[in-house]
Design a protein around this ligand. Structure first.
Ligand code: HAM
Length: 413
C-alpha cells in the first residue's frame, strides 16, 4: 500500500472544514486591519532562502527540499513565507505603492525536520507581513492581531515572549562580549556548549545542563546593550502592548531559527502543546529587502502554524454540509430530467445531489437519510414525487415544481 510520505498528512473533509474556520478568522481579523491576501509559488530559487533566511541557519543547512529543475537551476520548496513575500515586493515594485504594504497568506511550507506531534515536513502557516514601516506601532499592531487570531481560534494556555535584538552591529559586538564571557568560564560549560562558543554562543542560553544554566543566568544580556534608538523603539512597542492589555514576558534569550530579524522579536507558545510549543511568532526584519537587492525598506511580520493552532484549541464539532435535495432514480429512464433538476436546483442556491451509485430505490432512500437530505425527489418514468424526509410525507408533483416547493419549505400539504 502506498502511503503519504513521512511527516505529511492528508486533509480530510472534516479537517478541511476546521481549517476553513481558521482561514475565515484570519481573513476577518487581518482584512479589518487592511492586510490583503498574497500567494507566492510553492518553490523559489534556492538562492532566495540562502540569502534571505541565512546560510548558517538550521533551515538552510539541514531542512530544505532542494532540487535541480532539470535545466541546471537549483530550486527549493519554500521553508517559510517572509523571503518569498519580500521577493514579490521587490519584483513587483511595491515600494511605489502607499506604505506600508500589508500582506497576509495562508500557505503550505516544507521543512525536512524529524516529524513529531506538531512538527511536520509539509505544514501550513497563516502569515502577515507589513513592509515599508519602521514604526513601533506596526510591531505592536501585528502582535495584537496575532493575539486576536489565536484567541478567536480558541488556542488555550497562551503565553507571549518578547525581546528586541537591536541591529546586526549591536548583536555582533554583543556576541563578542558573550564569547569572551563564555571562554573565561569554559570549565563550567557542557562539552556541547563549549564546542560551539565560537560558532553560535547564543545557543548556550538553550542549554539544559544545570552548571551551564547557572553560568548563563549571570551572562550579559543583549537587551541591556541596545543602542538608544533601538531601546526607545522597544519601549514604545511595550507601552502600546501594555495599553492593549497584552501580557508578555521579557525573554532576552529568545532565539528564533531565522537570521533576518532586527529589533522586535516575539513568540506565542501554548502549554496545550508538547515539545513543539511555539504556535506563532515573528518580528521585525529591517534589512531583509535590501539584502535581497531591493531598496532599503523596514518591515515586520509573523506566522502562525495552522496545525499547531488546531492542536492547541478545543475541537469544535464540525457541522456536516446541509443537503437540501437528493435526487433519486428508480430506473435509468429518469436520468436526463434528474440531471437537469440537479443543475437547476444548484443554480437556485440549493445543495443538491444526484444518485451516482446505481443503488436500488430503497438503497437510495437510505443513503439520502444518511447524508441528512431534507428532501428527496424521485424522478421516474411516469413522473416525479417529492418526499419530505423530516415529516415522511410524499406526494406526486411535476419536475418544475420541485425547486419552488423546497424554496417555500413546503410541508407538502
Ligand atoms: P517560524 O517560527 O519558523 O517563523 O514558523 C512560524 C510557525 O510555523 C511556528 O510558530 C509553528 O507554529 C509553525 N511551524 C514551523 N515549523 C513547523 C513544522 N515543521 N511543522 C508544523 N508547524 C511548523 C517563520 O516561518 C517566519 N517566516 C515568521 C515571520 C513572518 N517572521 C516575520 N514574518
Amino acid at each position: 500500500m502506498i502511503q503519504a510520505p513521512k511527516g505529511t498528512f492528508d486533509i480530510l473533509p472534516d479537517d478541511a472544514a476546521r481549517r476553513e474556520r481558521i482561514e475565515a478568522q484570519a481573513a476577518r481579523i487581518l482584512g479589518a486591519a487592511g492586510y490583503r491576501r498574497i500567494e507566492t509559488p510553492a518553490f523559489e530559487a534556492t538562492d532566495l532562502f540562502e540569502r534571505g533566511v541565512g546560510e548558517a541557519t538550521d533551515i538552510v543547512q539541514k531542512e530544505m527540499y532542494t532540487f535541480d529543475d532539470g535545466g541546471g537551476r537549483s530550486l527549493t520548496l519554500r521553508p517559510e513565507g517572509t523571503a518569498p513575500v519580500c521577493r514579490a515586493y521587490i519584483e513587483h515594485g511595491m515600494h511605489k505603492l502607499p506604505q506600508p504594504v500589508k500582506l497576509w497568506y495562508v500557505s503550505s511550507f516544507f521543512r525536512a525536520e524529524a516529524p513529531q506531534l506538531g512538527r511536520y515536513r509539509q505544514f501550513w502557516q497563516v502569515g502577515a507581513e507589513a513592509i515599508g514601516s519602521a514604526s513601533p506601532e506596526t510591531d505592536a499592531e501585528l502582535i495584537v492581531l496575532l493575539a486576536e487570531l489565536l484567541e478567536a481560534v480558541g488556542v488555550k494556555g497562551l503565553s507571549l515572549s518578547l525581546t528586541s535584538l537591536g541591529t546586526p552591529e549591536t548583536r555582533a559586538e554583543y556576541r563578542e562580549e558573550l564569547r569572551a564571557y563564555l571562554h573565561a568560564r569554559e570549565q563550567q560549560l557542557s562539552p556541547d556548549v563549549r564546542s560551539r562558543i565560537d560558532l553560535n554562543p547564543m545557543r548556550a542560553f538553550d542549554a539544559s545542563d544545570e552548571a551551564t544554566r547557572d553560568v548563563m543566568r549571570r551572562a550579559p544580556k543583549l537587551l541591556d546593550r541596545l543602542a538608544p534608538d533601538d531601546a526607545e523603539h522597544f519601549a514604545e512597542v511595550r507601552l502600546l502592548l501594555d495599553d492593549a492589555g497584552i501580557r508578555y514576558e521579557l525573554d532576552p534569550t529568545l532565539v528564533r531559527g531565522l537570521d533576518y530579524y532586527t529589533r522586535t522579536l516575539f513568540e506565542f507558545s501554548s502549554d496545550a502543546l508538547g515539545a513543539q510549543s511555539g504556535v506563532g511568532g515573528g518580528g521585525r526584519y529591517d534589512r531583509l529587502i535590501e539584502q535581497l537587492d531591493g531598496p532599503p525598506t523596514p518591515a515586520s511580520g509573523w506566522a502562525a502554524g495552522v496545525e499547531r493552532m488546531m492542536l492547541a484549541a478545543d475541537e469544535l464539532p464540525v457541522q456536516g454540509d446541509l443537503v437540501d435535495l437528493f435526487i433519486a432514480l428508480p430506473t435509468a429512464a429518469g436520468v436526463r430530467p434528474a440531471f437537469r433538476l440537479a443543475r437547476e436546483a444548484r443554480r437556485a442556491g440549493l445543495q443538491a445531489q444526484l444518485e451516482l451509485a446505481g443503488r436500488s430505490l430503497r438503497g437510495q432512500l437510505r443513503h439520502a437519510d444518511r447524508i441528512g437530505a431534507r428532501y428527496v425527489a424521485i424522478v421516474g418514468e411516469d413522473g416525479t414525487s417529492l418526499k419530505n424526509m423530516e415529516s415522511g410525507e410524499q406526494r406526486e408533483t411535476s419536475a418544475q415544481d420541485v425547486i419552488p416547493m423546497i424554496l417555500r419549505g413546503s410541508r407538502l400539504v
